[in-house]
Design a protein around this ligand. Structure first.
Ligand code: KG4
Ligand code: ZN
Length: 352
């Protein structure tokens, strides 16, 4: 049966390949609605886990090998054909350069072959846009973005108006989870492993020596990371790193990391006269973080938006949603030239 499109409706095909997930999605978009028709994610965990982290060269090669299959599957599951696509979108930064290039080049080639416009998308703006899918969220709001490469507090004044009011001074939150998990021998990816191990532990170790408020809306994870690693090494030397102790370290680290991430967020909302908070990025999958923000938001009369688990980690549906809200506001000015290059260190405030 041919795919029937309503008037004003656009079919967006999106690609994401900034790190270790090859993803493609099809969205049917109209007005405030960005509806997912398909959302395919191929995870490279099995490729990288024996190395304890993402190996950039292997990530790029795997993206190049599977993107064609992942794209075909997204189109097939959506019940459309490539000819039904109105706009192609892809992440062009931030991320690993070779990984970005694999998806970006595929997407630009596809847009060219279909003679449709192309939109380059900022990865973190994509994570934030995951909150628009199937939800009533509209700017202005504050976004708390925490992933493997970013930890930021962002004032979202409009669909295309982003101001960073706080960010990490050193490591990202997800990076700290990954590093501590690796030293504890819990494997990769670290975030889910820490969360699982923490469930059996007690939050009885205090890794902070200084009061947290001194950082304003910024974050710092390197001091915490070092304190936890030193603690682990010393316990290991003394032969005290039992399963119970490992669980206590994971629980205490997780609590400290979340204290850092959420400590000033309610103050930031009040200072900017905002009553809406959206959580974004891979760390948003953490259930202790989700519960803590639900409680804090309820106590402070804040409307909280958290993406479903399937849209917290890297995916292409969020990239399609970001492209749609960019296009809806800017029209043809949202389109990117086919000369758009990857930008591994793209800032949240920058866009093509
Ligand atoms: O957004 P994302 O999938 O990729 C990047 O853009 O970096 O985020 C990945 C990060 C990793 O550091 C991973 O350990 C962390 O998100 N993460 C978690 C959880 N699930 C993923 N951190 C804490 N708890 C989790 N459940
Ligand atoms: Zn991400």
């Amino acid at each position: 049966m041919p795919f029937i499109k309503q008037q004003d409706e656009k079919i967006i095909f999106a690609v994401e390949s900034s790190c270790d997930e090859t993803a493609a999605a099809v969205l049917r978009c109209r007005g405030d609605n960005a509806e997912i028709l398909s959302d395919i994610v191929f995870s490279q965990i099995d490729i990288h886990k024996k190395f304890g982290g993402v190996v950039p060269e292997l990530a790029s090669r795997s993206h190049t090998e599977v993107i064609d299959k992942v794209a075909d599957e997204a189109v097939g599951r959506a019940g459309i054909t490539f000819r039904d696509i109105d706009i192609v979108a892809a992440t062009y930064g931030a991320g690993l350069n070779g990984a970005l290039l694999a998806g970006l080049s595929y997407a630009k080639g596809l847009a060219f072959s279909l003679s449709v416009p192309f939109i380059g998308v900022n990865h973190i703006r994509g994570h934030i846009a995951a909150n628009y899918i199937g939800a009533a969220l509209k700017p202005p709001f504050l976004a708390l973005a925490a992933s493997g490469g970013h930890s930021s507090v962002i004032l979202v004044s409009g669909y295309n108006d982003f101001t960073v009011i706080g960010s990490t001074l050193d490591d990202a939150a997800g990076e700290a989870f990954d590093k501590v998990a690796r030293v504890l021998g819990l494997g990769y990816p670290g975030g889910p492993a820490i969360e699982k191990t923490a469930a059996d532990g007690n939050e009885n170790i205090n890794f902070y020596k200084h009061p947290l408020k001194s950082l304003g809306y910024d974050f710092s994870y390197s001091g915490l990371k070092t304190a936890v690693i030193n603690y682990i090494n010393s316990a290991r030397q003394k032969g005290e790193l039992t399963a119970a102790q490992t669980a206590d370290i994971a629980a205490s680290f997780q609590k400290a990391a979340l204290d850092m991430l959420t400590g000033s967020i309610m103050d930031a909302l009040k200072a900017h006269n905002l009553d809406t908070l959206a959580l974004a990025g891979g760390v948003a999958a953490n259930s202790a973080l989700r519960e803590r923000l639900k409680k804090l938001s309820a106590e402070n009369n804040i409307k909280l938006y958290i993406p479903p688990l399937s849209l917290c980690g890297d995916n292409a549906a969020m990239i399609g949603a970001a492209a749609w809200f960019k296009f809806r506001e800017k029209g043809a000015a949202a389109f990117s030239p086919l000369s758009l290059n990857s930008n591994p260190s793209l800032k949240i405030s920058e866009d093509a």
